[in-house]
Ligand binder design. Structure first.
Ligand code: IVH
Length: 712
């Protein structure tokens, strides 16, 4: 074995330590202190050293997070300590029953003389301080058991049946919020940490979107997606999927294993580290987990009694929908570990904890009919028309079925009883079918062969999940295109809404976007309930839209994959429509931020004769197809230059779009979702999860007024 010189050995240790600390600050604390480029350089230095001295690679080295592809399947293994599940309570009465049950057990164990002074004789224990609870959000993910030996992560297992689970150590290591080495001085020889691995909603959406474009089956919910990800054989894929982890309990061996090392009074812990002291309460345990480098859910609460517990449950019933991950209830644990030990377990559950579950978000109902929506891109989406049912506080009567594959996968028949699910902001969807309840002779559901709106034959390009109508004069497509054209982000024609458009199409006054610009007051007066004043306003609003810049016109055309951000980018790179229409896909794709799929879509769009005719007609009508926006100020001079903004909520005076244009003109960038790369979040009233995320990430939050101050 080739031993490195001691200077190299020291460098190896230093690098590991430095990188581990940087990664902890970045992922767990959301407070990076090291520039990405510096991290990359040091990481590569470590990799090079380890390549030179492979025997010196340690399992906790930051280079060991993503490993090789596992050859076959995972191995099952026995849990060191079984993983119990939790008893459920569905209302506060059941919580009260549980409290009385554990108090009776406790009462039977403690002779009255030893009972705390607060106990009222003859009545059950008085639930004051010694019997406090800790409330934690119940994260809807997958439980993991992580074993640390001498502070180093050696095994990560799924829950399985609680007795045996699957060894998925390689994948667990890719989760950046799980430390490979505990940040603790003199760690116990053996420690097991339990917690919930989950997929943040944004990652879940991104994964499903990607699967949809690839024509793959969609994950029904973030929990399934997390479970599927954890069992991926290729840990590189797992690493890309951005799983996260909240730690919630820790366990140590006391009998024949090593005792938890008591804090030695003589040896102070190493600087910046906590000494390993066996926690005696759940609250301490959570703090200890945090000190060891884990992410612990910040929304935990110490509750002195059951009233405080139900207040917590009430509060989070609403607030949980604004969290960036899914929760399905509250876990209530008795804080005192002595009490936990005294109460012990029933056959299935700990007596000292319970899960309060929020009202069902999955309910059965009947599929009464199947309809098909044709979007502005021609995509045909099957929609389940359901017998109305109350679900998580709202009545649901329709649910999306995504595409033909999903229909086939569900094996849906008309009249079927289906399970519908609604989760947070995710639109309701049909989760599964209960085939036992299928009425005899129920016909299977399939996508039609012809467009329900225009009757032309539908097309499903090979390798795609989406079935489309490709007739550009299909009324559903025309209607969708018009709706998009007048929408806020596009030409923003306020006075033309859905109803007016429907009338215009029905009466034949309008067949395409360009026809809007030929409308006269006289023609509009023919419509039902249209007065002189309104008609004049409509014509004026349409005329005003001619002043909108090229970027908005481009967005308004509704080219697949060209959203408002891409339209902005493209309109700057191609100052005239002629240049864009003539550009090769490779030239379009060479624009920063534009991928080859977008480039392909743009090129295809401009090749279609009816689209060319539309552009010509709109040019003739006087819309701008060149020379973007007002000239940009010297970008480097503005405090906004190079900064990334997210705008959320309703602002007191400015429209979101106005703010966006102001930022872009000053050289800043506006994106839709908050991430670590966001510099500022401009917030109005009713800002939801974006504000919360910005707060957790410590991003500067600006009111409209503060934003204007920064601008001018
Ligand atoms: S404690 C014996 N705490 O809920 C203690 N569980 O329905 C068991 N879960 O299997 C776990 N968040 O997967 C606990 N803060 C939390 C939790 C939590 C989610 C899950 C966990 C468990 C299931 C029980």
């Amino acid at each position: 074995m080739l031993s490195p010189p001691s200077s190299a050995q020291q460098r190896l240790t230093e690098l590991r330590h430095l990188l581990q600390q940087a990664s902890y600050e970045y992922y767990v604390l959301d407070a990076p202190t090291m520039e990405d480029a510096v991290y990359d350089r040091l990481y590569r230095e470590l990799q090079a050293l380890e390549q030179q001295y492979p025997d010196w690679i340690t399992p906790d080295s930051p280079t060991q997070r993503v490993g090789e592809k596992s050859a076959s399947q995972f191995h099952s293994g026995q849990h060191n300590i079984p993983l119990y599940s939790l008893e459920n309570a569905f209302d506060y009465g059941e919580l009260k029953d549980w409290e009385q049950r554990w108090q009776r057990v406790e009462e039977a164990q403690i002779p009255t003389t030893q009972a705390p002074a607060t106990q009222t004789p003859g009545i059950l224990l008085n639930p004051t301080q010694p019997y406090a609870y800790v409330c934690e959000l119940k994260i809807d993910g997958n439980a993991l058991a992580l074993t640390y030996e001498n502070g180093v992560l050696v095994r990560g297992m799924t829950r399985g049946d609680g007795i045996r689970g699957e060894d998925i150590t390689q994948n667990v290591k890719t989760i950046r919020t799980i430390p490979l080495r505990l940040q603790i001085d003199r760690p116990p020889k053996w420690l097991e940490i339990r917690g919930e691995a989950f997929l943040p909603l944004s990652s879940f959406d991104a994964i499903n979107q990607e699967r949809q474009t690839k024509g793959e089956a969609l994950f029904a919910n973030p929990r399934n997606a997390a479970a599927g990800t954890l069992r991926q054989l290729d840990s590189k894929i797992v690493a890309q999927r951005k799983l996260d982890f909240f730690a919630y309990t820790l366990h140590w061996l006391v009998e024949d294993g090593e005792e938890f090392p008591e804090e030695s009074l003589e040896d102070a812990p190493e600087e910046g580290k906590t000494a390993a002291v066996q926690p005696r309460s759940q609250w301490q345990a959570l703090e200890f987990l945090q000190a060891m480098g884990f992410r612990v859910n910040p929304h935990r609460e110490y509750c002195p009694d059951l009233n405080a517990v139900t207040a917590y449950c009430d509060r989070w019933n609403e607030a949980r929908h604004d969290l960036p991950y899914m929760t399905d209830g509250v876990v209530i644990k008795l804080d005192s570990m002595d009490l936990q030990e005294r109460l012990g377990f029933t056959q299935k559950f700990p007596r000292w904890a319970i899960a309060y579950k929020y009202p069902a978000e999955e309910v059965p109902t009947v599929l009464e009919d199947l309809t098909f929506q044709v979007g502005r891109t021609g995509a045909v989406t099957p929609v389940a028309e359901l017998r109305p049912v109350l679900l998580a506080g709202t009545t649901v009567s329709r649910a999306t079925l995504h595409n033909a594959d999903r229909l086939a996968e569900l094996d849906l028949h008309r009249g079927d009883t289906v399970v519908v699910r609604k989760a947070g902001e995710i639109i309701p969807e049909v989760l599964r079918v209960l085939p036992e309840l299928r009425p005899p002779g129920a016909p299977p559901c399939a996508l039609p062969s012809h467009c329900p709106a225009c009757g032309s034959i539908l097309v499903r390009p090979e390798g795609e999940a989406v079935t489309r109508c490709v007739n550009s004069s299909c009324p559903a497509i025309v209607r969708g295109s018009l709706m998009h054209w007048v929408s806020r982000g596009a030409l923003d024609i306020n006075n033309v809404g859905e109803k007016l458009l429907a009338q215009l199409l029905e009466t034949g006054l309008v067949h395409s976007i360009a026809d809007l610009y030929n409308l006269t007051v006289e023609q509009l007066l023919q419509l039902d309930r249209m007065g002189q004043k309104s008609a004049e306003k409509v014509v004026a609003a349409i005329a005003t839209s001619k002043a909108q810049p090229w970027s908005r016109v481009l967005y308004g055309l509704g080219i697949r994959l060209v959203g408002s951000v891409n339209a902005q980018t493209l309109s700057q790179a191609f100052p005239t429509v002629e240049q864009l229409a003539a550009a090769e896909p490779s030239a379009i794709a060479s624009v920063y931020g534009i991928g080859s799929e977008i480039a392909q879509s743009v090129q295809e769009w401009f090749q279609i004769p009816s689209n060319q005719a539309l552009v010509a007609a709109l040019q003739a009508a006087g819309l701008s197809f060149s020379g973007d926006v007002t000239p940009l100020p010297p970008i480097a001079d503005t405090p906004i230059a190079g900064k990334t903004f997210v705008i959320t909520g309703t602002l007191p005076t400015l429209k979101r779009d106005q703010v966006k244009t102001m930022i872009q003109q000053a050289g800043g960038k506006v994106t839709d979702s908050v991430s670590k790369k966001t510099d500022y979040v401009v917030v109005g009233t009713e800002a939801g999860s974006k504000l919360e995320k910005a707060q957790t990430l410590g991003i500067t939050i600006l009111s409209e007024e503060e934003f204007l101050e920064l601008m001018f």
